[in-house]
Design a binder for this molecule. Structure first.
Ligand SMILES: N[C@@H](CCC(=O)N[C@@H](CS)C(=O)NCC(=O)O)C(=O)O
Length: 291
């Protein structure tokens, strides 16, 4: 089990730690699913434990609130929660045990994945980017995408580029891959980071979205929140001082209230990833009494 001390003992550079906000992250208290006090308009009805088949019926919908089906450590589901929180939409979370999905969850979605959004009439949409798009249309303020259809499309292309490069970082946690394959993937990830670093420099803005975060910022953030895990598991650091623009962007993102509200400490991410790699994901590890 990775402890706070083992994280500090690892040879992460100070710059990297600062960029990943490790010190600040550790100061956050893990009380429940997230710290929604930072996003006053949003509402969380805490449903901390991940519900599995046999745990009873689906919790009743909350009047006037959107329902997000989630898995606490899923980066895709975090995209949806970030968009909801960023736009101060009222929502509640139902966490799903993905190893033993409840029948009532499976009956709602053919795709069998989180995130899923459900509204008062029981209809659902899924796929993280679809949910973000929907939220941006229905809750236009603050905007996630530019008005111009071409520019809108360009931002979505960037999300695709991210999916084909940096987001491959998750493959490095696949214990069945050999070292040569992992080296190749690591190369693709770092090249992807270079591309995003250059793009940010080209835009010359604080966020990819301009002076405020946009769709691209929120869509890629979950992978950056998890960056500090890589050196712990793969003994290499992907994001370094070389990507200076991205480093600054990480610090700026950490100050965004929606990001703060949903931030999971690196220590907790590391514990979950360790359990995931061992084939027994501990979805509820944050809710166990501390030893
Ligand atoms: N393309 C989907 C990917 C979502 C996804 O892969 N979610 C994972 C959890 S991170 C999932 O629900 N997997 C189902 C399972 O593990 O059975 C999206 O963007 O929403």
């Amino acid at each position: 089990m990775l402890s706070r001390n083992s994280i500090f003992a690892s040879n992460l550079s100070q710059t990297y730690l600062a960029a990943c906000g490790i010190r600040r992250v550790f100061e956050l208290q893990v009380l429940s699913n997230c710290n929604m006090a930072a996003v006053p308009g949003s509402m969380i009805v805490n449903q901390p434990a991940h519900l599995a088949e046999g745990d009873g019926d689906c919790p009743a919908l909350v009047p006037g609130s959107l329902r997000a089906y989630n898995m606490k450590y899923c980066p895709y589901a975090q995209r949806t929660l970030l968009a909801l929180a960023y736009k101060n939409v009222k929502f509640d979370i139902v966490n799903i045990n993905l190893k033993r999905k409840p029948a009532w969850f499976l009956s709602r979605t053919m795709l069998e994945k989180v995130p899923v959004l459900e509204r008062a009439d029981g209809s659902i949409i899924s796929e993280s980017m679809v949910t973000m798009d929907y939220l941006d249309e229905v809750y236009p303020q603050p905007p996630l995408l530019p008005q111009d259809p071409w520019k809108k499309a360009e931002e979505k292309v960037w999300v695709e580029i991210f999916g084909l490069s940096v987001s491959k970082i998750y493959k490095l946690y696949n214990t069945s891959l050999d070292e040569a394959t992992k080296d190749k993937i690591f190369e693709e990830v770092t090249q992807g980071l270079d591309v995003f670093d250059k793009e940010l420099a080209k835009r010359g803005t604080k966020f990819f979205g301009g002076s405020q975060p946009g769709l691209l910022d929120l869509a890629i953030w979950p992978w950056f929140e998890r960056m500090p895990l890589l050196p712990l598991v793969f003994h290499r650091t992907a994001l370094t001082a070389k990507q200076a623009n991205l480093m600054k962007w990480v610090s700026a993102m950490e100050e965004v209230p929606a990001v703060k509200a949903l931030l999971i400490p690196a220590e907790e991410h590391a514990k979950f990833m360790t359990s995931f790699m061992a084939g027994a994901p501990e979805y509820d590890l944050a809710f166990k009494p501390k030893m």
